[in-house]
Design a protein around this ligand. Structure first.
Ligand code: TIU
Length: 220
């Protein structure tokens, strides 16, 4: 089995036990008028990685390997939205408020949808998650166990928030995690760089990082 060229050392690919997990590539994080913009961020940085994420997804689909998508979102009645999350900071729109793309980060609203270019296809798993990590209060762990998945390749946004949180959750649960560097982004370039450095520090303390070309070469 081909290893994937990675940092801080080669990733020991198990081709029959690996899945791609694409974190929160939603309009609310990538388009003006959404949650990311309401926090004062330049969301154009997120749109720039869409072709890279698309390329990585296509490679997994072509290889017949599973693709899992996550969406950060809450129930319309806000029963899964802690006050501590809703009330933090001073955004122009809070989670649940009505914005130009519907209610911010609420399941079923137009702005909460995954970007059309990266939309899940039939048979792909979509995890709706109320937290930053994709294991918290979701069925992800059970789904991975049922499918025999032991390794996760990560893409999506933002690197230091939902991607890194989910990588840390996965690491603690015994999954080997690999972050695709060109397929993740932050509103803050220095946070992306720091997240990548801390993930692979101390002998892959959280996981590995690799370039998309090296991932695709190994899985195909
Ligand atoms: N705000 C921010 O950088 N990220 C989030 O709130 N969610 C995700 O990272 N998906």
């Amino acid at each position: 089995m081909a290893d994937i060229k990675a940092q801080p050392f080669a990733f020991p690919l198990q081709r029959d036990a690996v899945a791609l997990i694409v974190i929160d590539m939603q309009r609310d994080f990538a388009e003006p008028g959404g949650f990311g913009a309401s926090l004062g961020n330049d969301v154009s940085r997120i749109m720039k990685i869409v072709p890279e994420v698309r390329r990585l997804i296509a490679g997994f689909r072509d290889a017949g390997l599973p693709v899992i998508h996550t969406m950060e979102c809450h129930r319309p009645d806000l029963s899964d939205l802690p006050a501590a999350k809703r009330d933090r900071g001073n955004p122009s729109l809070r989670i649940g408020d009505v914005g130009p793309m519907g209610r911010i980060l609420i399941a079923g609203e137009p702005g909460t949808a995954i970007l059309a270019e990266l939309a899940p296809i039939d048979g792909e798993i979509v995890i709706e998650k109320p937290g930053k990590g994709a294991f918290y209060a979701t069925g992800l762990g059970d789904i991975l166990k049922r499918k025999g998945i032991k390794q996760l390749v990560f893409a999506g946004v933002t690197t230091e928030v939902c991607v890194q949180t989910t990588m840390r959750e996965a690491n603690d649960r015994g999954y080997e995690s690999l972050l695709a560097e060109e397929a993740t982004e932050s509103y803050f370039p220095e946070f992306k760089a720091a997240a990548i450095a801390m993930i692979r520090a101390q002998g892959a303390i959280v996981g590995w990082t690799a370039h998309i070309d090296d991932i695709l070469e190994a899985i195909n």
